[in-house]
Structures are given as structure tokens and as C-alpha cells.
Design a protein around this ligand. Structure first.
Ligand SMILES: C[S@@+](CC[C@H](N)C(=O)[O-])C[C@H]1O[C@@H](n2cnc3c(N)ncnc32)[C@H](O)[C@@H]1O
Length: 298
């Protein structure tokens, strides 16, 4: 495991506060990361409370385990995809939980490590896997997918209006030699659409990199499936909080919560998503795109 900066949790008071925790509660942290939120959760549920922490990233879990430093009967960690939370909970003998938190997206450590291949600002292999044991890498999508599939990914998961032109440049580029690194891909995208991004706040590769990351990790399907499952495990009056970082995820959370409400399964606590305070955004710019939504089960 590499050394990396600890991830700074976002909207801690807003999220942990809205879980309405009490001593002795059983809580699922579905994206434990470096255990930032989990540390605050544990303080509220001890003694006798149990935290179940999931992450797809083995390195993150190792950091969380060391940082939280609790025996397995208090803090049960699982290397898994949160879409399999039912299996994780059952395997650990947990039938019901009193709260759940999803802080979806990537950690600062993942984005900061060039070797993980998430960032167009740091040259590294085209990887982008949250779970390093899963078979599909960004390299495979960029170099092996056909035009239609590539265009669809960049259009739908990146909301990139220049998806056709970017795909064209990728196909042309890979005909000469495989596109092997994040730097090569970013340069190619810049050549393709740089002039149209000159007066925009984001780098021309931002949307395509987001699209690839979502496709590599199946991010949108994971959250859809997991929210459906988590409700079955929540006790009556228990809450689930979801922090998301881009509009596609936030839309899924909003629609799922509305669906649950219309089925009479509970109520949406946050009619509008909560966002970070100006002070937090100043201290931790990553929090500026965070949106928190809360649902309470009947
Ligand atoms: C924003 S970080 C969470 C940070 C954490 N709340 C903290 O305070 O340290 C998101 C984490 O979710 C993990 N993750 C993303 N999608 C996942 C999934 N489908 N299943 C399990 N973990 C996932 C990532 O590996 C990453 O470590």
C-alpha cells in the first residue's frame, strides 16, 4: 500500500447529524474510504454500537482499519462492492441496521495517485479501477470498444457534447498505436476539442475522464441497485444519507427516493439536496460539488 494524503470527509455535521444516531446503533458505512465519516459515526454509537464498513478499494480499507483501530466485533470491514451489501450484512450476521451512509465517488488518495489512472493532471496508466482486482480497465474501453459504444459512454456518462469528435480522435489515435496513458489520452482530447474549452472553467478532458470512470466501475448501476437493497435492511424510522458528486448520480438518488416515497416505503427528508457551507468549500474545495440527500424509512 502506498502512502497518500488522508481523504478529508465532506459535510460531516450535515450527514452524520441527519443519521440521527444513538448509542448501540448498527450502522452501515457503504463507502468507508479512509474512515473519516466512520470515526464520527463510531463516536456516536459507542459503546455497544456496530459499524459495518464497505469499500471496493483494498488500500482504502487498510487505511480505514488502521485509523479506526477497533476490534472486528465493533467495526466489521468488508472488501466488496456496495451493490452486494445484502451479502456483506448477511455474512456478518446482521439482519437489520439503524442507519446507512453512502459517500459515493472517489477519494483524494485515488485521484492523487498517478498509478491509479484517474487523473488527467497526472500521467499514469489508463486504469481507473476502484477495485484493482476487477478485470475491466479504462485502457480496454479506450482501445477496444467500437465507435458506437465509445460515443455512447462519452455522451451519456460524460454529458460531453463533443462526444463524436473526441471518439473520432481516439479511434484515429489508437490506429497508430494503443493509447496507454492518461497523459496521452488527455493530450488527444485537448487536440480534439481544446479550442471549444478555452473559455470554460473545466479542462477539455474532464467530462471524458468522468465518463470512463463511471463505465469502468459501473457506478450508476451500483448506486441504483444498492439503494434498492439497503431499504430492506433499515429498521423502521432509520435513515439513509447519500452524498454524491455529480449530477448523474444525484439524479438517480433523487428519483429512487421519490419512487420509494410514492410506494409508501418512507419519506424524503431533503426536498432539495443539502450542500456544503461556504466555509467548508473554502477549506476543502472538493466539497463544492457535494450534494446530500436523506431518506427515512417508515
Ligand atoms: C469519497 S470516498 C469516501 C470517503 C469516506 N467517507 C471517508 O470519510 O474517508 C468514496 C469511497 O467509496 C468507494 N466506492 C465507490 N464506489 C463503491 C462501490 N460501488 N462499492 C464500494 N465502495 C465504493 C471508493 O473506493 C472510495 O474509497
Amino acid at each position: 500500500m502506498k502512502n497518500c494524503l488522508l481523504h478529508k470527509p465532506v459535510m460531516v455535521d450535515e450527514a452524520v447529524g441527519r443519521l440521527c444516531l444513538k448509542k448501540g446503533y448498527k450502522v452501515l458505512d457503504a463507502t468507508i474510504g479512509h474512515g473519516g465519516h466512520a470515526g464520527f459515526i463510531l463516536k456516536k454509537i459507542q459503546p455497544n454500537g456496530i459499524l459495518i464498513g464497505i469499500d471496493r478499494d483494498k488500500d482504502a480499507l487498510e487505511i480505514a482499519g488502521k485509523r479506526l483501530n477497533k476490534p472486528d466485533k465493533i467495526c466489521k470491514l468488508a472488501h466488496a462492492n456496495f451493490k452486494d451489501l445484502d451479502k456483506v450484512l448477511k455474512d456478518r450476521g446482521i439482519e437489520k441496521i439503524d442507519a446507512a451512509l453512502f459517500d459515493i465517488g472517489i477519494s483524494s488518495c485515488q485521484i492523487g495517485d498517478a498509478d491509479r489512472g484517474f487523473s488527467f493532471e497526472r500521467d499514469g496508466p489508463l486504469d481507473m479501477r476502484m477495485d484493482q482486482s476487477s478485470p475491466l480497465r479504462a485502457y480496454d474501453i479506450v482501445n477496444k470498444y467500437n465507435r458506437i459504444d465509445l460515443e455512447e459512454i462519452i455522451r451519456d456518462f460524460g454529458e460531453e457534447r463533443y462526444f463524436r469528435r473526441i471518439t473520432g480522435f481516439i479511434l484515429e489515435g489508437r490506429r497508430k498505436k494503443p493509447i496507454g496513458s492518461t497523459g496521452e489520452l488527455a493530450e488527444l482530447i485537448e487536440k480534439a476539442v481544446g479550442k471549444w474549452y478555452k473559455f470554460q472553467k473545466i479542462h477539455p478532458a474532464t467530462r471524458t475522464f468522468q465518463a470512463l470512470r463511471i463505465a469502468v466501475n459501473g457506478e450508476l448501476d451500483n448506486i441504483k441497485i444498492a439503494l434498492g437493497k439497503v431499504l430492506d435492511f433499515l429498521n423502521s424510522n432509520a435513515r439513509v444519507c447519500v452524498i454524491s458528486f455529480h449530477s448523474l448520480e444525484d439524479r438517480i438518488v433523487k428519483l429512487r427516493f421519490k419512487e420509494f416515497e410514492s410506494e409508501g416505503r418512507g419519506r424524503v427528508v431533503t426536498k432539495k439536496p443539502l450542500t456544503a457551507t461556504a466555509d467548508e468549500i473554502r477549506e476543502n474545495p472538493r466539497s463544492r460539488s457535494a450534494k446530500l440527500r436523506v431518506f427515512e424509512k417508515y
